[in-house]
Each structure stands twice: as C-alpha cells, then as structure tokens.
Design a protein around this ligand. Structure first.
Ligand code: PLP
Length: 398
C-alpha cells in the first residue's frame, strides 16, 4: 500500500501547510509532475498542434497525441476513440446534441435521481428540442438504484440511457456492466458519466461494455479545461459533429463541408493541448500508484471515517450502498451545513457544502443542503481524525 503522507510531498499546495483537503469530488490537487509537464510544454514546445510544419509544432503535436495514447491505455481503449473535451460537462453536452438530435417524439431518455446536473440538464434540453421524454430511475433508501422492476424503465421506447458510475453525493458505485446489459437488451445506447469513476476506480472500456464514457482531467490530478469522451468507433463515425470550426473538417466549400476522421471530427478549433499534456502526466502519476490500490485506499479511509462518524450523536449520514467510494454526505442536527463549513475552515479543513449540483437527489433525500467529505490519494486517517475532532468541537458550540 502506498503512503499518503509521502504522496503529499509531491503536491506543492500541501508544502508548509496544515491544509486538510476533503473536497476531492469537486476537484483534485495537482502534483509537481503535472505542473512541470504543462510548464515544459509552454516553455519548450509551444506551437499549435496538427498545423505547423516546423519542429516546434511537431514536438507539441507529439506530446499532445502521446497524451491521447496514455488516456487510451488508461481505460483500455483505442486512441482514435479518445475525444478531448473541456470536461465531463462538455462530453455529455456533445452527446446530448449529437445523439440527442436523432431522437423523436415518443422516444425515451433514461437517467436517474442521483445524477449530477451535467447529466440532467443536457438531456432536458435534448428532450425539449426533440419531443422525447426524460425518465428517471429512482433510488432506494440505501442510495442505490432501484432496479427491482427494470422492465418499467428499460423498454422499446428507451433510446438513450445515461447514468453515473459513482455518485458525487452518496459515493454509490453503480453496477455498470449489468446496466449496460439492461440498456443493450432494449437496443438503447448506454452512456456513463465517469467524472467520479475514472478518477477513483480502475476502468476498462472492454469490460464495462458501455457505449460512451465521459470524464474530467481536473478531478484526477490533471489541469482544468481538459476532459475526455470515449466512444465506440462505429457510433462515433455515425454521429454528426457537435461544433464546427478548424481541424474538424476534411474539405470546406462555400456551400458545405465534409468531416475529418474521428477523433478530430469532434475537436473543432485549437484544443487545450497544454492541459491534455498535463492530463497525460497525471495518468502517469496515477498509474504509478495503481488504480486498484487507489480504490482500496479510499474505501479503507471511507470505512474508517464512517466508523468514527457513526459513533457521534446527531449526525445523519446519507446512503449506505454496499459498493461505495470515498464520499460521505451528512447533516448535523441543529447546524446548517454552511455554518459547519465556515467553522471547519477556521481549522483549515476544506469540505463542500450545498446541493453538490444534484438538486433532484437532494430533494429525494429531503435536504436543501448537505456537507460532504470526499477523499483522494493524499488523504489519510490523520485527516479524518482532524476533521472529526474539529466537528466535535463545533458541535459543542451549538
Ligand atoms: N458528473 C459528476 C458525477 C460530477 O461529480 C461532476 C463534477 O463534480 C460532473 C459530472 C461535472 O464535471 P465537470 O464540472 O468537470 O465537467
């Protein structure tokens, strides 16, 4: 097992600081190796990619395309199926536009009550544009999807199913392989929102058997502004582009255009190539530790924290899924989550409070806001102890 305290030394933000950072579901901190990769690109190889016929341009393109290969290896996919986007949100919007436009009245899009707004709103817009119906799989008290009557939700009308790999509020890890089967049995396309998946769990596109998988670089040690949409070759080739502009075309005449091959068909304009190179360095860093080890570390820390918090009176923890990642949402009787965050901040402890961009789920939970801890590779039991000690003191004030 790796040592979080050693890992912390690779992250400049923790240098000479007693910061306890427990908001990793929102974004992760960056190791020096990622900062160096971005810095070096700008200092040594900055030229636009796929255009320049000089050495600097070739170097930039090579570093950019090398990152695409790293992403492909990381999720066990083919490089041409890796589309760089700005993040999960753009990836899902791309699908909701491009696939969404093939929908018609009477068709159904199936999502769930535990989705992030970025896997709800794009589908609401697609439904509004096309006349399709948006349906929601409900969740059980445990915070798991209610799959007791799948035939009610997965029907011949279901054309698109889009579900999160792991809930950013409850930590629930959804049974992706089984869900893929349910979707494919009715001929639907199955999309996975992997914003909390690829960053915390080993993911293998050949095993999961989804059709599309979306994730964000900034949640997995990488820079902001870079994300990924993976899709099956056949589907990507059949899809219309999402945005028009430079590089996504083959030919352009005054009347019309033809499209470049995948993945470039979906990468209009200058891509965030420096950020993509940073994501490649982040993947190297994660692979060096190993995603299995990361999953185990976070689950161990989760159980340690749950055990401590369950022994404290007045705390309500939301969800109790059997398969669950390192996320804990909770409320404390008599203390508003926003007050809690401000008091914890006095001890340099950073947690997220609010609706976590999941208002429908919060409504189901019967809360307007919760407090949330979320772990990553640099967190350890010491962080959980400091958090629990601070929480006990705060609870004593009220
Ligand atoms: N989906 C889930 C489950 C998330 O947790 C998030 C971000 O918190 C997103 C989607 C959106 O990610 P981004 O803001 O990086 O596009």
């Amino acid at each position: 097992m790796f040592s979080p305290s050693k890992i912390k030394k690779d992250f400049p933000i923790f240098t000479d600081s007693n910061l306890v950072y427990l908001d990793n579901a929102a974004t992760s901190q960056k190791p020096q190796a990622v900062l160096d990769a971005v810095d070096s690109l700008y200092k040594e190889a900055n030229a636009n990619v796929h255009r320049a016929l000089y050495s600097l341009g070739s170097e930039a393109t090579e570093r950019f395309e090398n990152s695409r290969k790293k992403v492909a290896n990381f999720i066990n996919a083919n490089s041409k199926e890796i589309i760089f986007t700005s993040g999960t949100t753009e990836s899902i919007n791309l699908l909701a536009r491009s696939l969404g436009n093939t929908l018609k009245s009477g068709d159904e899009i199936l999502i769930s009550e535990m989705e992030h707004h970025s896997n709800i709103v794009p589908w609401q817009l697609a439904a509004k544009r096309t006349g399709a119906t948006l349906r929601y799989l409900s969740i059980k008290k445990t915070g798991e999807l209610d799959l007791s009557e799948p035939e009610k939700y997965f029907t011949k009308k279901t054309k698109i199913v889009s579900l999160t790999h792991m809930s950013n509020v409850l930590g629930t890890i959804n049974p992706i392989k089984g869900l893929a089967k349910l979707a494919h049995n009715v001929g639907a396309i199955f999309i996975v929102d992997g914003a909390q998946g690829a960053s915390h769990l080993p993911v293998n596109m050949k095993e999961l058997d989804c059709d599309f998988y979306a994730f964000s670089g900034h949640k997995m040690l990488g820079p902001t502004g870079i994300g990924v949409l993976w899709g099956k070759t056949k589907l990507l080739e059949e899809m219309e582009p999402f945005m028009g502009g430079g590089e996504m075309i083959n030919t352009v005449s005054m009347e019309s255009s033809t499209w470049n091959d995948i993945p470039y068909k979906f990468e209009a304009g200058t891509p965030n190539f420096a950020q993509a190179v940073g994501l490649g360095a982040a993947i190297d860093y994660l692979e060096n530790i190993g995603m299995e080890a990361i999953e185990l570390h976070e689950k161990t820390l989760l159980n340690y924290a749950l055990n401590k918090m369950n022994h404290m009176d007045g705390i309500r923890i939301h969800g109790s899924a059997k398969d669950r990642g390192g996320v804990i949402s909770f409320n404390v009787d008599g203390i508003h989550p926003h007050d809690l965050a401000q008091f914890l901040n006095e001890d340099n402890i950073a947690i997220r409070v609010g609706h976590h961009c999941a208002q429908p789920l919060l409504k189901t939970l019967g809360e307007s806001a919760t407090a949330r801890l979320s772990f990553y590779i640099y967190n350890d039991e010491n962080d959980v102890d400091k958090f629990c000690d601070s929480l006990k003191t705060i609870m004593g004030y009220f």
